[in-house]
Design a protein around this ligand. Structure first.
Ligand code: F3S
Length: 426
């Protein structure tokens, strides 16, 4: 790793011990990657405020300075944490105070998170509290180097916005927030952004449900590589691309995709592959679509649904409105809960627009900050849940040992009001 004079000065303590620890971490991280240099970042999305028992212990031992040093800088020294050097935001974390008594989430975790928000907010961490920072104002421009965590956000930033970030971790984003630097490798480099696989869609993909299934197929087909998707696809919008990317990052480890003619770095199929010859296509046909649907529903046996979850990744205003419209004048089945996960800033919009009132009148809840997978919290006694999210259908059975059904928004709302799963592939 070659450090610039400025970076060497940071490492040697010119800006204090916390920045020195951060630069030391980045130097070790870059060397492990065989990376030649760091690049400048002005946009960090990480996690500082997520409560945990380990964090509670560290705060008890040495306050929030200690917790940040150990968890976000991999440093055991006593250091004082200065203001963030570059704009930094908090991604999703635990539940906030307004979830107390509403969500089964420990009161001490809510309290710890409140303390964390006060500490980090004073140092320049914007508490966006969502896995979709791009929905609430953090929108890097094309080509901008970033240091983001959260797989569904990383794939959106790289693919839809054309920004450049690898899928970073808690410590590397912590170090980036204090230095404005991150190892320059992978998705930061032109050669790390060209397509590697061509996916040819031979069955019509045009709804949110379709895009989620296509994403789940693509991740399984390409693993951690970079697909370019062509064929019988409509013009996807933010919500569909959000679902597509989250699903591809879940079944595989996709961090960047191209859709020629739609995503910014691929005006054509040839441009998506750059100097690389366009490979033979992998087909996505009705039989692959059926197989993905069966896979996503392979954890469901009982049709009695206790819990319906919408908003993974966190819902857009349009999705909240759609849910409200589907629930207007209806009531949830006794014994079935409905949660819609949203960015807190958008809940304010939903509140003012009257959507929250409609959803709550039906018996549903609109919740910010977190999600069941993140906080390992579902309504008490949940055995079977239904969702329109391929990501939650994939993770929640493994995390909480519950059954899952995957379907459309209408299937999920139907399950919420009848207590029964009646979805199917259409
Ligand atoms: Fe967001 Fe939780 Fe899904 S953090 S992407 S709602 S698993």
């Amino acid at each position: 790793m070659r450090l610039t004079d400025e970076e060497k000065a940071m490492r040697d303590g010119a800006e204090g011990p916390a920045v020195a620890a951060a630069m030391n971490l980045l130097e070790r991280y870059g060397a492990a990657l065989d990376c030649e240099r760091l690049c400048d970042v002005r946009n960090v999305a990480g996690t500082m405020t997520q409560p945990s028992p380990v964090k509670a212990r560290l705060v008890g031992e040495g306050g929030w300075n200690k917790a940040f040093a150990v968890i976000n800088l991999d440093c055991d020294d006593d250091v004082e944490i200065p203001d963030m050097r570059v704009p930094t935001c908090q991604l999703q974390h635990g539940f906030g105070a307004d979830a107390s008594g509403v969500v089964p989430y420990p009161a001490q975790m809510i309290e710890l998170q409140g303390d964390a928000e006060a500490f980090y907010g004073r140092r320049g961490v914007s508490i966006l509290a969502t896995c979709t920072p791009y929905q609430v104002g953090n929108i890097p421009v094309r080509g901008e180097h970033c240091a983001w965590m959260e797989s569904s956000a990383v794939i959106y930033a790289n693919s839809v916005l054309g920004a450049r970030t690898n899928c970073e971790g808690i410590a590397s984003t912590g170090a980036a927030s204090l230095t404005g630097k991150i190892p320059c490798w992978g998705n930061h480099l032109d050669q790390g952004r060209y397509g590697t696989h061509l996916i040819d869609v031979r069955t019509r993909v045009e709804t949110f449900f379709d895009w989620g299934m296509l994403g789940y197929f693509v991740g399984g087909a390409v693993g951690e590589e970079r697909p370019a998707v062509v064929g019988d696809i409509g013009r996807p919008d933010l919500v569909e691309l959000k679902h597509f990317g989250a699903a591809a990052a879940t079944s595989g480890g996709v961090e960047l995709y191209h859709i020629p003619g739609i995503t910014p770095e691929a005006p054509t199929v040839e441009a998506a592959f750059g100097p690389v010859p366009v490979p033979e296509a992998i087909g996505y046909r009705p039989e692959q679509r059926r197989a993905v649907y069966a896979d996503l529903n392979s954890q469901g046996t009982s049709a009695d649904v206790d819990f319906v979850l919408l908003g993974c990744p966190h819902a857009s205003v349009e999705q909240i409105w759609q849910a409200a419209r589907a629930l207007e004048g209806r009531r949830l089945s006794p014994g079935t809960e409905l949660w819609i996960m949203v960015p807190r800033a958008l809940k304010d919009v939903a509140d003012r627009s009257g959507y929250t009132e409609i959803i709550e009148r039906a018996g549903g809840k609109v919740l910010g900050d977190s999600c069941p997978a993140m906080s390992r919290a579902v309504p008490p006694g949940t055995r079977v849940f239904a969702t329109d999210s391929a990501k939650q259908a994939h993770y929640l059975p493994a995390i909480l040992g519950i059954e899952a059904w995957f379907g459309t928004l209408d299937d999920c709302i139907d399950a919420a009001v009848t207590g029964r799963w009646r979805g199917g592939l259409r």
